[in-house]
Each structure stands twice: as C-alpha cells, then as structure tokens.
Design a protein around this ligand. Structure first.
Ligand SMILES: Cc1ncc(COP(=O)(O)O)c(C=O)c1O
Length: 352
C-alpha cells in the first residue's frame, strides 16, 4: 500500500500499536512497502542461492530514497509540530543523512542550517557535498567531529531551529525501522519472500539495526539481525543498539502493542571486522563486493556503508556459515538521482 495514499492507517506499526499515532507525530514522505527481490545472480556467484534484498534504496519512489526516509517521517513531523519553520542538520562531509534530511525539509518548506565535519571523501561523498551546498540555507564546515558538541549546543541554546539528531537516530525515529520490520513480516505472510534467517544491514548511528531487531521481535519472526559496523565503536556499538531497540519496543508497548517479552540476545550480532582503517575508507573486501554486485545485479554500492555490509555477507557465506541459509540484504543506499541531477541513463525507478 502506498503510504502517501493510506496515511497513518497504512503503517503496520500503527495497526500493531493503535495508541501510538496520538503519542508521536508522523507524516508520510515515502512510498511503501519497498519491494523485496531475489538476487539470484549474486547469490549464485557467492554460493548463497537464497539471497534476497529489501529495496529501501526506493523508499522515495522516484524521489530521494535510502534508509533515512523512514526516520524522517517521524523527525520532520516533530519539527513541523514544533513550528519553528527551520531545522539544524549535522553530519560528516558528504553524508547521505544530511542530503536526505535537506531534500525532505525543503519539500516541506522548512529552512535549513547545516554543519558538516571533515571526514575521508570519495566520489559518492563529493556528489553529496555538492547537493548539500545547493540545498543548505546556511552551511558551516568544521575540521573535525570535535566541533559537534559546540555547534549543536549553540543551535540548541539559540532555539531558532529544530535540531535533528546525527544520522537521524533517536528513540522515536527508530520506530521507522520497527515499522519496516513489520512491513517485511507482511511480505513474508503474503508469500513475496521466505522468512529470512539472517538480515544484513550497516551499523552507523544504530537506529536502522535497532528498529529491525525490535520489529522482528514484535512480529514474532525468528530473523536475526547482523549489523555491520561502518564507523568507530563510540558511535556504532551493540549497547547503543540494544538500548534503542528496547526504547522503541517500550514506545510501541505504550501505544498498545503486545510485545512478547524482552529481546533475546541472539536477535542481534554486531560484526566489526569489515571497518578497515575507518569510516568512509574503502577496503579490498568492500571493493570486491562492489564489483560483484555491479556485475551480477547491476547494483551500485558505496564504499562507506553498503560495500562493507555486502562484504560481511560474502565473508559469512565463504566461512561456511550461511551458504544454505535464507539471507536478506537490507539495501539502505538511495538509488534515485540526487536533487538537481539528471536521471542516470536507463535508470528505471518504480513508484509503487
Ligand atoms: C546508506 C546508509 N546505510 C546505512 C546507514 C546507517 O544507518 P544507521 O545510522 O541507522 O545505523 C547510513 C547512515 O548514514 C547510510 O547512509
């Protein structure tokens, strides 16, 4: 069902937790459910015949997609409810999060202040930076992440803008991925894909993995989340992910959801061995994953997030653990043209 048409009633989350829509602001930005597909060519190439993909690259339909859209439906609803007419967004130079937040804030007519801190760059990040420059009303560039507390503190103190959290992650926006897990559970029920035993997803600010773990638990699926760390352990770690998942489940329970007890330890595993030298720095395994995904499925991965996640999946299959298992890769990277860019030749983005 198209959330733009169905509104809040179309969200499996609000069906499972009917009192939640009165507690948390939400507005429709994306197009859901996103498709689920079998990647049989990549599966055959790596020895994992039951390889599936959840196409959250298409959360925006023909508009900007990726994993941030589900979070922004909560965050920008709150910003609009606060009534300041302005958001403050911060992140690493070339951040996907910043581009997504700016795109949708502009769509809603909100003014946009941006702070970026320096981080390693590559072609994908450069494209994002150019779009960020075009979409920001004000932009501050800082040499290091150490400037974040100062700049964010000042924005909070001034109070002129709603400050959006880094990576779009907080306890409420995590509900976006709790909802996503319920959405996948519906697709499993309808026979669109088998129930995955393992779901691979990047672990950045932890909201995506946390919401999925919470949502699979609520849906009664046995699916385990394999969260692949793409940045340092201070930001991306199991403790933060568990906490966010628990808080999302608490919110859902307050909204009336029947949460079946606490999360099991086996629900979530954090994989740390694909990070390489650090955030946004390419690794040989990530480069191999990028080549294989392009050759077999025509899919474009990025060095920061998706390449390292697919590399972790390939490594797990090669180590003998997952070859015969039902594995789903949650594709979190936008595949639509960026605002102001022409569509890629031959790119067909379906607006389901
Ligand atoms: C493409 C992509 N995948 C995954 C993530 C990580 O998601 P989260 O911050 O919720 O852990 C990000 C975060 O920026 C991202 O841009």
């Amino acid at each position: 069902m198209d959330a733009r048409v169905g509104g809040a009633a179309a969200l499996p989350l609000f069906a499972a937790a009917p009192g939640l829509s009165a507690r948390v602001p939400w507005l429709p930005l994306g197009v859901f459910p996103t498709p689920v597909e079998r990647w049989s060519r990549l599966g055959a190439a790596i020895g994992c015949p039951e390889l599936w993909v959840k196409r959250d690259d298409r959360t925006g339909g023909a508009g900007h997609g990726g994993n941030k859209v589900r979070k922004l439906e909560f965050l920008l609803a709150r910003a609009r409810a606060e009534g300041k007419g302005r958001v403050f967004v911060y992140g690493a130079t070339g951040s996907n999060w910043v581009v997504a937040a700016l795109s949708y804030a502009r769509e809603l007519g909100l003014a946009r202040d941006v702070m970026l801190f320096a981080s390693p760059t590559h072609a994908h990040a450069e494209r994002n930076l150019a779009v960020t420059r075009a979409l920001a009303d004000t932009l501050v560039l800082r040499g290091s992440v150490a400037a974040v507390p100062w700049d964010v503190g000042r924005a909070l103190w001034r109070g002129a803008a709603t400050v959006l959290p880094m990576g779009g992650t907080d306890a409420v926006s995590t509900l976006g991925y709790l909802n996503a897990a319920l959405e996948l559970a519906g697709q499993v029920r309808r026979g669109e894909c088998p129930e995955p035993e393992y779901v691979f997803v990047p672990l950045g600010t932890c909201g995506t993995a946390a919401g999925l773990a919470a949502g699979f638990h609520l849906a009664g699926l046995a699916t385990r989340v394999i969260a692949v760390r793409i940045t340092g352990g201070l930001v991306a770690n199991a403790a933060r992910t568990w906490l966010l998942a628990a808080r999302a489940l608490t919110e859902a329970a307050r909204g009336g959801a029947a949460v079946p007890g606490p999360l099991a330890q086996t629900r979530l595993t954090v994989v740390g061995d694909q990070l390489g030298a650090g955030y946004a720095l390419a690794t040989p395994a990530g480069e191999e994953a990028t080549r294989l995904a392009a050759e077999t499925e025509g899919a474009a991965l990025d060095p920061s997030y998706t390449a390292k996640t697919v590399a972790a999946l390939i490594a797990a299959v090669r180590q003998g653990g997952l070859g015969g298992r039902r594995v789903l890769y949650w594709l979190t990277l936008n595949s639509a043209p960026l605002p102001g860019e022409p569509p890629a030749p031959g790119a067909a983005v379906s607006a389901r």
